[in-house]
Design a protein around this ligand. Structure first.
Ligand SMILES: Cc1ncc(COP(=O)(O)O)c(C=O)c1O
Length: 371
């Protein structure tokens, strides 16, 4: 029986990138806003449309830090953010001098709880620096208009962390990337759009993107004078070249992955498993399924080990379950997050999974949930 790994990074073929690497060696420009970086940023912007501009960065974490530091109110500290997310998110806020305040998620969408955020803003408006809205598993948030309205009403910036969401779409066909004051993507090796390490800050405000491009290069202006709290967040030329190569084949890869995702949904929903609503519009690197109970999850973990299928349980623990974040303030009860974290399991979603592979995984789930 072939082992099905949880996730296999899909990066460009070595022979394809070898030509780019030779060109980079010939020009001698390895980093510092070279030609590959410029092309990669322009092609990402073209993909998203909506007149956005893009600053590529060394990873998404540094993109979040630079964006929040630039946009959020400097004389305030609190930032509401979902607990159902990756550790990178509160870490980026804390490194930028802000204090994350944890909010719950909504039961069907698994997206941050809009009403809890609004109640928190009502109570604490004078202390809120901005909102960091995470797009759970990179899925577009159907309530994005309401989040933008909320941020405007309370006069706070809205930064959207769509780390896993490059190429995801809203149900009305708009690509993710053009909302809020800015949006951030990750191109880490484990993302569908992967280059090893890398990220992008996207905005319709071209002046802001120029600022991010300066800040990621120690805050230097054209005369190499440092003007702001910059850092080294640049993306090397080879990584940019890999990104360009990824985009060349990305549409075909997405079609295949969305087909695999549909197989899972069709087979597992009738067994009582729940998926994130609108999740099928995303391009996740794995498929997340809520089982009927925590007992089912524990049994499935053992069953998957037995049939040699890799799994994880994202995001378990949630942020408030990590020792480093146990003391963070909570804006309210995190009951939906706790319940989902107890039942969720993340399953393989690779480009080349066959229907028989998915059938093997579905049978394991069927054994456990009693069908
Ligand atoms: C929601 C979210 N934000 C930020 C990050 C950080 O991305 P990067 O690894 O590119 O810094 C991740 C990484 O998995 C993530 O899931």
């Amino acid at each position: 029986m072939r082992r099905i790994p949880f996730l296999t990074p899909r990066l460009p073929e070595p022979s394809v990138v070898a030509r780019d690497y030779r060109e980079i060696c010939e020009t001698g420009v390895f980093t510092n806003s070279g030609p590959f970086e410029g092309r990669f940023a322009a092609e990402l912007a073209r993909w998203i449309g909506r007149d956005v501009e893009v600053a590529v960065t060394a990873n998404a974490t540094v993109g979040i830090q630079l964006a929040c530091k630039t946009l959020f109110h400097r004389d305030r500290r609190l930032v509401p953010v979902a607990s159902f997310t990756a550790a990178a998110v509160p870490l980026a806020l804390i490194w930028s001098g802000f204090e994350p305040v944890l909010i719950d998620i909504e039961p069907k969408t698994w997206q941050p709880d809009l009403r809890m955020a609004e109640r928190f803003l009502q109570r604490e408006v004078d202390n809120v620096a901005g909102i960091l809205l995470t797009s759970t598993f990179g899925t577009a948030n159907a309530a994005i208009d309401a989040w933008e309205t909320l941020a405007t009403r309370y006069g706070v910036p809205l930064v959207i962390d769509s780390a896993a969401g490059f190429a995801s779409e809203y149900s009305w066909g708009e690509p993710l990337g053009g909302r809020g004051d800015c949006e951030i993507f990750s191109f880490h090796a484990t993302k569908t759009m992967a280059i090893g390490e890398g990220g992008a800050v996207v905005s319709r405000d071209h002046g802001f993107i120029r600022q991010i491009n300066q800040l990621k290069n120690f805050g230097f202006d054209d005369y190499r004078r440092s003007w702001g709290l910059g850092q080294n967040g640049k993306l090397p030329e080879l990584a940019s070249a890999m990104g360009i190569r990824q985009l060349e084949v990305f549409k075909d890869r997405l079609t295949k992955r969305q087909e695999v995702l549909r197989w899972y949904i069709t087979e597992l929903e009738p067994l009582g498993c729940a998926f994130q609503s609108d999740g099928s519009l995303g391009v996740p690197a794995f498929v997340s399924v809520a089982l009927p109970s925590q007992r089912h999850r524990e049994e499935l973990r053992m069953k998957l080990d037995e049939v040699e299928v890799g799994w994880r349980a994202y995001f378990n623990p949630p942020i408030h379950g990590h020792p480093a974040f146990a003391e963070l303030q909570r804006a309210g009860d995190l009951a939906v997050t706790d319940d989902l974290c107890g039942r969720i399991i993340s399953l393989p979603l690779d480009d080349w999974l066959t229907q028989a592979d998915v059938g093997r995984i579905v049978s394991a789930v069927g054994c456990v949930v009693g069908h």
